[in-house]
Design a protein around this ligand. Structure first.
Ligand SMILES: [Zn+2]
Length: 410
């Protein structure tokens, strides 16, 4: 049973704690990710996968499955998944529970507590009636993000190694650390990957296929005030904290995360501090459209100029740093075949592709701009980064088939 194989791997992998850390100064951010990486490299070697390399410094895992003879002229394709789990919720002592033939009702994760996975709160659970689900015990995340992706790629590797008659392209397997803290490709060796294109297997629900993400930047607004004794302040004092409020008020009121969806971008004030002498505002700027993204930056500079005209030059300064860009720029139209092939690979398994813009970024976005076009494909999991995370086993098995179709079709 293919379901069994991918599930057994998945259950094994989620019990290994690989949580990354936002506060660490090392790479990878936690040493335990390397323990998992080393183990995956050993498993690849046991399958006789070629060129297995465990990067003992940075923790990356690489491997190659050579093309079948008939496809040896074609360039390699890579599949990537990340080994770490989110710092938001504990990944220590994960105890996965398997629910066979799910009845569509509430799933009590932890007896006697509020930890209930309910279709009322998560309506998409209803789609899984009769299926096999893996859930948590209510005290940790599950880690389907992204160990479902790893289990699927490993199962595909096993299928390809055991069936030498299958016609397929050369496949490169890459497992990365520290994706959840935005550093997943900081030390990737693209020469070692040496592929023409790639997919990250790091999406959610079966059918998801993504090649559009936000353009992203962070902005820091610094405001310099003038402090004078309040009793003698008339026409002299300049309050930095009030100018900070004025700055925020000058931004479009509805272009904030809580008022936007789909292709709507935003300014997100993440942090502010201020007194009379000094104030700072920290923003995240997001937009799928590169043009609108640049306009957002210009709006911030324009507000600063206006404040400086009013309060004196050098009162307000704005520093903006770009974080990542929308991979659609790279993928469309030059690599549109990556999307059509993934769609065909899904349809061949009776799965309807769900194409939607990501309201965030992915490692694939950064890789695309580093020269490796890299859309994102589903894993079969839901509710990532928390105790309500769950994954459907039948979806995982289908995704193994979809990945197999991708390497044979391409
Ligand atoms: Zn992920």
């Amino acid at each position: 049973m293919p379901e069994n194989k991918v599930m057994q791997r998945f259950l094994r992998y989620v019990q290994i704690d690989t949580q990354s850390s936002e506060t660490s100064q090392t790479f990878p951010s936690t040493a335990k990710q390397k323990v998992f990486g080393k183990m995956l490299a050993e498993e690849l070697k046991e399958m006789q996968v070629e060129d297995v390399y465990f990067d003992s410094e940075y923790g990356y895992v690489y491997g190659t499955i050579p093309a079948s003879k008939d496809q040896s002229q074609k360039p390699a394709i890579a599949l990537l998944a990340h080994m770490d789990t989110s710092p938001e919720t504990s990944g220590e002592g994960v105890k996965p529970h398997v629910i066979y033939d799910y009845d569509g009702q509430d799933i009590v994760l932890q007896e006697g507590t509020q930890m209930v996975l309910s279709p009322q709160q998560f309506p998409e659970l209803a789609d899984y009636k009769g299926k096999t689900l893996v859930v948590t015990d209510g005290t940790t995340l599950l880690g389907a993000d992204d160990k479902a992706g790893i289990a699927e790629i490993m199962t595909l590797a096993e299928v390809l190694m055991e069936n030498s008659d299958l016609s397929h392209r050369e496949l490169r397997i890459v497992f990365t650390p520290d994706e959840e803290i935005g550093a997943g490709v900081d030390h990737i060796d693209l020469q070692r990957v040496n592929a023409e294109a790639a997919y990250t297997v790091d999406g959610g629900k079966l059918g998801e296929l993504e090649y559009e993400n936000f353009n992203a930047a962070s902005a820091k607004v610094t405001i310099q005030g003038i402090t004078v004794h309040p009793g003698e302040a008339k026409n002299k004092m300049i309050q930095a904290n009030l100018i900070a409020m004025e700055f925020e008020q000058a931004l479009p009121a509805l272009e904030k995360p809580q008022y936007t969806e789909k292709y709507e971008g935003f300014y997100y004030l993440t942090k502010m501090e201020g007194n009379t002498a000094h104030a700072t505002l920290h923003y995240l700027l997001r937009d799928h459209s590169r043009e609108k993204f640049e306009e957002r930056k210009n709006t911030m500079y324009a507000i600063a100029r206006q404040c400086n005209e009013k309060y004196g030059s050098n009162t307000v300064s704005v520093e903006i740093e770009d974080s990542y860009y929308n991979m659609k720029e790279i993928i469309m139209p030059a690599h549109a075949d990556l999307i059509t092939i993934a769609q065909k690979a899904m349809e061949a398994e009776g799965v309807t592709p769900i194409i939607q813009p990501i309201r965030g970024g992915t490692d694939g976005a950064r890789l695309s701009f580093m020269g490796l076009p890299c859309p994102n494909i589903c894993t079969g999991g839901h509710n990532y980064h928390g105790e309500y995370e769950y994954c459907c086993v039948e979806s995982m098995a289908k995704i193994v088939k979809i990945l197999q179709n991708i390497v044979t079709l391409l």
